[in-house]
Design a protein around this ligand. Structure first.
Ligand SMILES: NC(=O)c1ccc[n+]([C@@H]2O[C@H](COP(=O)([O-])OP(=O)(O)OC[C@H]3O[C@@H](n4cnc5c(N)ncnc54)[C@H](OP(=O)(O)O)[C@@H]3O)[C@@H](O)[C@H]2O)c1
Length: 329
């Protein structure tokens, strides 16, 4: 199993290498790929140094799998070139997510739709992944009518430059800006660009991707996505209205039984999920589980996950593991 990691010098790519190593992914050859400026650099994997190669060199090596996290335009241009060479691409950018011919996968929810014909598979947006992992078991049991979500997103979601901006501001150093405003000691209610309807692209991703992954266009979603000066993970306040009423203890039980979810919900002992606890973990954490007392059949939740892990690298590696397990590559 030859595995290319495209964007290996980036934030998601470097976590991808860690996750592949930790999970003992059955690879026989690792091909780290980045832009021409990084070719020749070394990256470490399982105690060995590997030389970063260019896209063309990597395509020539015909990997079995390419895990892409190198931006949308790179994916649009180069993922089809890998696919033509017989490689199965799992892409972290937004380039292919809403393409009706491409599958958008969160393994806990919809891996069963994958076939060996899927050569470019899309990994959803980080804030969508952590939300649907929690919504799915609740939808199966109580049928969701509407979701209102507000996010509190980590600077690591923007990449290396954003982390540098925050750290520079913290040290009083003038440097390159990844955001239009200072992020340290601030909150920016804009993630990605504004659309004609007044929502941002990140908000529209959460709305459209949720329906596609869960295979149900009837689920209504409205989102407000916000960047906060935090590292370690994204947090979400989620309000869910169901068709059918629920029992709170049963909701907790359903979530506790779900693989990949950890319930941290003990207000009496001040236990709830926080990004500093989710950091470098693969699971999605849920807490503050309570009835919305303002209307019937409605639940409030607080969801936290490491956006570089379950929101990106871990989800992509889990997709690859599923393909191998089912002999689809
Ligand atoms: N951060 C997150 O939480 C998150 C979550 C889900 C998805 N994503 C997506 O993952 C992608 C990467 O995000 P990131 O946060 O890791 O960004 P990043 O830290 O800026 O890293 C970008 C990576 O892409 C490489 N790259 C850029 N242009 C390239 C080209 N033309 N050919 C080959 N490699 C190229 C860079 O190589 P150089 O070092 O040589 O420039 C670097 O390795 C984006 O599409 C992003 O939307 C990010």
């Amino acid at each position: 199993m030859k595995v290319a990691v495209v964007g290996a010098t980036g934030l998601v790519g470097s976590v991808m290498l860690k996750v592949l190593a930790e999970r003992n992914f059955p690879l026989t050859e690792l091909i780290p790929v980045a832009s021409a400026k990084s070719a020749g650099q070394k990256v470490e994997f399982k105690g060995k140094n590997y030389t970063v190669v260019t896209m063309d060199e990597a395509i020539g090596m015909k990997p079995d799998v390419a895990l892409f996290s190198a931006g949308g335009s790179t994916s649009l241009q180069d993922a089809p070139r890998f696919a033509e060479a017989g490689t199965t691409v799992i892409d972290n950018s937004s380039a292919w997510r809403m393409d009706p011919d491409k599958k958008l996968i969160v393994p806990e929810v919809n891996a069963h739709v994958l076939t060996s014909l899927d050569k470019i598979i899309a990994n959803p947006n980080c804030s969508t992944i952590q939300m649907v992992v929690v919504l799915n078991p609740l939808h199966e049991k109580y049928k969701i009518k509407r979701v209102v979500v507000s996010t509190y997103q980590s600077v690591t979601g923007t990449g290396v430059k954003a982390v540098e901006q925050m750290m520079n501001e913290r040290k009083g150093i003038e440097g390159e800006m990844a955001y239009p405003y200072p992020i340290d000691l601030n909150v920016i209610p804009q993630i990605d660009v504004f659309q004609e309807n007044g929502y941002t692209k990140e908000e529209m991703k959460m709305i459209l991707e949720t329906k596609k992954i869960m295979g149900d266009d009837s689920i209504q979603v409205t989102a407000t996505t916000v960047r906060i000066p935090v590292m370690g993970g994204h947090s979400e306040s989620v309000n869910i209205e169901f068709e059918n009423d629920f029992d709170l203890a049963e909701v907790r039980g359903l979530l506790e039984d779900e693989e990949g979810i950890i319930v941290v919900d003990d207000p009496a002992n001040l236990k709830y999920p926080m990004p500093m606890d989710a950091h470098e973990k693969d699971e999605v954490f849920v807490g503050r589980i309570r009835r919305d007392e303002s209307q019937p059949k409605t639940l409030n939740l607080w969801i936290v996950a490491d956006n570089l892990r379950k929101g990106a690298a871990t989800n992509a590696v889990q997709i690859a593991e599923y393909l191998i397990q089912k002999n689809l590559i």
